[in-house]
Structure formats: C-alpha cells, structure tokens
Design a protein around this ligand. Sequence first.
Ligand code: NAD
Ligand code: IPM
Ligand code: MN
Length: 363
Amino acid sequence: MKKRIAILPGDGIGPEVCESATKVLNEIGRLYNHEFEFVYGDLGGVAIDKTGNPLPEETLTICRQSDAVLLGAVGGPKWDTLPGSQRPEQGLLGLRKQLELFANLRPVTIYDALAEASPLKSEVVEGVDLLIVRELTGGIYFGEPRERRGEGKQETAVDTLVYSREEIERIVRKGFEFAKERRGHLTSVDKANVLESSRLWREIVEEVAKDYPEVTYTHMLVDNAAMQLIRNPRQFDVMVTENMFGDILSDEASMITGSLGMLPSASMSQNGPGLFEPIHGSAPDIAGKGIANPLATLSSLTMMLTFAFQMPEEATALQNAINDVLAKGHRTADITNDQTTAISTNEMTEKVIEALVANQVPA
Ligand code: NAD
Ligand code: IPM
Ligand code: MN
C-alpha cells in the first residue's frame, strides 16, 4: 500500500525522535511491502525562524494532502518571550483546530519490563492499561476573550473556558465508544463542584450514557482523579475529560510508565487525516544530545498504523518489537537508574529495527 505522511519535526528533540520514526517506517515498508512517502513541513519555532509564522499555510496544505501527520514537538526557550499569539505552541494549537482534531487518545500501558522504572511501587503500576480521551479543540485553550486589560496595579489577564453542547457530546461519545471496545468502564473527569462548563459536561455524560447500557461509568472530580491515578491506577479503563485536565493528567500518568518519553498519542477528527505525536515536549534540557527516548514516538506510529492505515499486523509487529527491546533490557537514560548502560536515540532505534526484522514471519 502507498501512504503519504506529513512529517513535522518541530523543535528541540522533535527532529531527533522523528528521524527515529522515519527509519522505523522505512523498515516496516521494506518488510511488509508498503511505500511510505514522507513530506516535510515546518511547525513551531523552526517555522517562526524561517517565515515569522508558527503555522505556515504551506504546512497546513501538506498535512491536508497526507494520509497521516507525524509531529515531533514544538517550543523552546528561544521563543519563550514572544507574545502569546506568536509562540511555537500556537502553531500546534492552530493545526489541531484547523484539522478539527477534537479527540486526543493517550493510552497509558505499563510494560512488564519497566515496572521497576516507575517512581511508583511496582505492585501499584503492574498491569495498568488505561486510555485518556482528551478533548483537544475547545475549552480554555481556545475560548475568547483571551487578553490583558489595564496597566500597573490595575492589570488583569483573561482566559475563557467555554464549551458547547456539541463539543462535549462528540468527545463523551468517543469515550463511551472506546470503553465499549475495551473493559466497559468510563470515568468522566470534571470539576462540577466549581465550574459551570463541568456541570454541563456531567449532564451530557448522563444523557449519552443511555446509549451505552453495557458501559459502567462514574463521575470523578479532577483533583481526586489526580490522586487516584497515583493511589490505584488499575481502577481506570477509559478516562474522558476536557482539554486542560487531560493535558495535566496525561503527563502525570506518564510516571506510571516510568517516563514522559514513553507515552504516545493520536489526535483524530471526524474524517480528515489524524495526527500522531508523543505527548512530551521539545525537552530543551536534552535536545541535541542524541539521548531522547524515541519510544513515545514509535508507539505513536503503532497508533498511526492502526487508526490511519488499518495495518493491524504491522502495528502489532512494531509493538512486539518495542516489547522485546525493553524485555532485553535496552534502556535510554530516562528509563534506567544505571546511566552507564544507557543507550542513545539512534541505538534504541536500531534495536527496534533489529527486533522487527527478527520477528518477521517469512511470507
Ligand atoms: P517536556 O515534555 O519537553 O520535558 C519535560 C521533561 O521530560 C524534561 O526533563 C525532558 O528532558 C523530559 N523528556 C521529555 N521527553 C523526553 C524523551 N523523549 N526522552 C527523555 N526525556 C524526555 O516539557 P517542558 O520542559 O515543560 O516543555 C519544553 C517545551 O516543550 C516548551 O516550550 C513546551 O511548550 C513544549 N511542549 C511541546 C509539546 C508538543 O509539542 N506537543 C508538548 C509539551 C511541551
Ligand atoms: C501537549 C502540549 C500542548 C498542550 C502545548 C505544547 C500546547 O502540552 O500536547 O500535551 O498543552 O496541549
Ligand atoms: Mn502536555
């Protein structure tokens, strides 16, 4: 099969983890007889430096003309003093909005071999398999007005948290759909004791639940959810929540797996191309050192193979390769306590490719 993939490496470690991904995709193409064509676009800081715009029109066009989009990460100290509307992050938010990527899937699965890498006790994290379904194109990230008013002691800053019924309903429905396919339990996370938008959210969960009698569901306040994720993460199957809560809870949940460098994501729209990216950022503290963990990005590829290309065999092969590499004890610096044995981004990539080749069932 021929597939066209828009690659947006972005900033910091973004290009390093994207290079790992293209090498692995090339190998999967070779082994399983697919042609993956890569078209590169600028997003974030690199795009600001070249064009003055974090999301150039050309990048949007490249994405729209592709079967899937792979993103590294955007942002970094170089652009931190720019006005909010001109920052690299605005490029990513604009892309999500323009492609209508309202459903962000962030699976949190613990690899047996990594139970020791988590700062949490292994008996707490063993067997965790949960999915955060994060609303991605609404809420406080996009609400208007957002502005500064007044000056000096009178100065105020305004952000607006707004959700429409339609925006809530479509993401809640996604949550129920995934719960139905998985273990049949949904936790809806909100702040209904304080926020009006959360009270509307809760009402809509109650309504949508009627269409999914086979799914059990609970409402949980976000502060409690943050605590429960650490206390007993196995209680969760699917968690559905609004944009900012999902952002914060997913970084927190990454610690169950041992590192932010492990968590993948897929962002989906009703019908356009999906966007696949690690949940981590540009990691300025390790950028350029060649030590970033590429596994979050490679796991994002398994989601691309599954959701965008309907290639379950290839997705399983890549997942198995990642499992095998970890089981053999190969570790980047972020997932080992013994830094003397840590391997580089390139070495980890080569190990995954070797495992892919070793596991391939001859045709
Ligand atoms: P970050 O996720 O970049 O890094 C947090 C910590 O995790 C750092 O210590 C980093 O070294 C480590 N880390 C992250 N990914 C890793 C990997 N693959 N391997 C090993 N270690 C890894 O978060 P931050 O430092 O708060 O943000 C840095 C910049 O990234 C900011 O400009 C922020 O806006 C941006 N950011 C972008 C995205 C995105 O593009 N999707 C996501 C989050 C943050
Ligand atoms: C993420 C990031 C982004 C977000 C930023 C960079 C805009 O933290 O993808 O999780 O907050 O959504
Ligand atoms: Mn985030």
